[in-house]
Design a protein around this ligand. Structure first.
Ligand code: 0RQ
Length: 503
């Protein structure tokens, strides 16, 4: 049965190939999708074909592409490999797109995910010509039921001149009601406080509003979300998770965290975050809450087991197994999960008020606690800052997690100075590797360097790091945060020259 219950929208049903004729060279196109969930399934491949055909006929055709965060790899790749994207914003994690960006063939703007909607409203990216948004249905009154992610969809529907809807009947109809779309955001000086004081609070409505006159095409699909790929936690991830859980127990004992519930948790995407969350059910916690960006498989299990009472996010980034579980038990999960626009899921005001425990991955940290999450060897973009800064800067506890080495031990994730800064020492309270945990709160830079090296660096790199610090501190009048500027990037230079940071 069709999911389109409004005749104005039903009359606009067409094919993907017809729909993309509304997209013109040079257009700024904003699409749905956040992590593996909610990317349009058929319109983007049709657009890639159209761009390819126009190119084949000798004309130029690129678009500027705005999204929630990463979108499905197939979508990212389809447009990147034909050089169809002139400008990409705000986050990607796909090898072809990454290569084009690093080759200087695609402009990329890497910004905090909570900032995207307001920056688009403020006009930093010019006019948004087209929005392509996946929804799971259209109500009789012409409102749109969101699918498995919300991201920036509300903003895209509000600002775009022309709208193409993909109505995906694969999304369980029972998901309706899981969403909370807030319509109270405004630009300064008209902002009001967000009345969100508990993770499960609802401050909006379950559907998107849309001006039907802007909808130029509706395409029906029945296609699954791409699955997030997760591996079983390895020993390194489990060791990191163990240190984090010990730290929580320590903080409970010190009276800084409530014993049963802790404080709302945010965990980044990836295997380490999944392992940390997965370890929580061994901690004996009940009624934990989560205020994060994405919900991964481990979160579903915690909800099922009763360890987590409620989880709020903007996207359900699940593996195939997780998707099957969600679909089979949707009536249960709907009462324990709220999906919100990313400007609310990542909102600094809410993150500060709720007292979030922020746990994000990093590429490397320096001996004073500055963190690089995005640029390999200081120059090559990996993914982007995503929401890590939204949570790290404003959280109650700000933690960064990583294995102590990368590339088979050739790279140390603790270095003298990071060559690209995403999170400054002021935003980083705790560093964790499989070696141990460095609690930096209350420590001066000189003290921090000792704790970071001793607790987090791999033993093979510790002597090199201690030697660097000792020589830096011995320089007369070196100052508050000792460095040897001529040598600060020697680990990176050595890796670039020899393939290893070890001498
Ligand atoms: O590459 O697989 O090719 O070997 O980076 O590293 O250790 O698997 O860690 O998947 O957690 O990713 C920072 C990239 C870590 C991620 C980053 C190489 C390493 C491997 C991945 P290979 P791991 P993760 C928002 C959450 C920013 C956005 C964010 C990230 C690959 O956490 O994108 O936080 N963060 N979003 O070999 C060179 C180093 C390296 C290195 C690792 N120092 N130098 N390469 N790698 N360290 C909030 C939410 O709520 C979702």
């Amino acid at each position: 049965m069709s999911r389109i219950h409004n005749s104005t929208f039903a009359q606009k049903v067409t094919s993907a190939a017809d729909a993309v004729t509304a997209i013109h060279p040079g257009d700024t196109v904003a699409i749905s999708g956040f992590a593996s969930a909610g990317t349009p399934k058929v319109v983007i491949p049709a657009l890639a074909e159209r761009i390819h055909a126009v190119r084949g006929a000798g004309s130029n055709f690129t678009i500027n592409l705005l999204t929630g965060a990463s979108v499905s790899s197939a979508t990212e790749r389809a447009l990147a490999e034909i050089d169809g994207i002139a400008l990409r914003m705000p986050y990607q994690s796909e090898p072809t797109a990454r290569r084009k960006i690093n080759d200087g063939r695609m402009d990329y703007v890497d910004i905090h995910l909570s900032h995207v909607a307001q920056q688009v409203w403020e006009g930093y990216y010019g006019n948004v010509d087209v929005a392509i948004v996946e929804v799971s249905g259209v109500t009789e009154s012409g409102e749109l039921i969101p699918s498995a992610s919300i991201g920036n969809n509300k903003t895209w529907l509000d600002v775009a001149d022309r709208i193409i809807l993909e109505v995906n009947s694969w999304v369980p109809a029972e998901m309706q009601g899981m969403h909370d779309v807030y319509y109270g955001t405004a630009l300064p000086p008209h902002r009001k406080p967000l009345q969100l004081t508990h993770v499960e609070d609802r401050i909006g409505q379950p559907t998107f509003r849309v001006d039907p006159a802007k909808v130029v095409a509706v395409v029906e699909t029945n296609a699954p979300d791409s699955a997030s790929e997760l591996t079983d936690p390895d020993d390194v991830s489990l060791a990191i998770a163990g240190h984090v859980l010990d730290f929580f127990a320590h903080e409970v004992k010190a009276g800084r965290l409530p014993a049963d519930t802790l404080l709302p948790l945010q965990a980044g995407i990836g295997n380490v975050a999944n392992a940390v969350l997965g370890g929580l059910d061994r901690g004996g916690y009940r009624n934990l809450t989560c205020y994060s960006e994405v919900i991964q498989d481990s979160m579903l299990r915690l909800i099922k087991d009763g360890a987590v009472a409620h989880a709020s996010a903007t996207s359900l980034a699940l593996s195939e197994k997780g998707l099957a579980d969600l679909t089979a038990n949707i009536d249960f999960y709907r009462n324990h999960i709220t999906l919100r626009p990313q400007e609310i899921s990542n909102h600094p005001e809410v993150v500060r008020r709720l007292g979030i425990i922020a746990m994000n991955g990093m590429l490397e940290a320096d001996i004073y606690g500055n963190v690089n999450s995005t640029h390999v060897m200081g120059t090559k973009i990996m993914n982007g800052i995503g929401g890590s800064g939204d949570f790290a800067r404003n959280g109650y506890l700000s933690m960064f997690l990583s294995p102590s080495t990368a590339k088979g031990g050739a790279i140390s994730s603790i270095v003298p100075m990071i060559p690209h800064v995403d999170h400054t020492e002021h935003d980083v309270q705790v560093l964790v590797t499989e070696q141990g945990l460095a609690d930096l709160r209350g420590l001066s830079p000189r003290k921090r360097s000792q704790v970071i090296i001793d607790n987090c660096a791999h033993p093979e790199f510790r002597p090199l790091l201690h030697d660097y610090v000792a020589r830096a501190q011995a320089v007369p009048n070196v100052g508050h945060t000792p460095h040897l500027l001529g040598e600060a990037f020697s680990f990176h230079e050595r890796f670039t020259a020899t393939g290893s940071m070890l001498p």
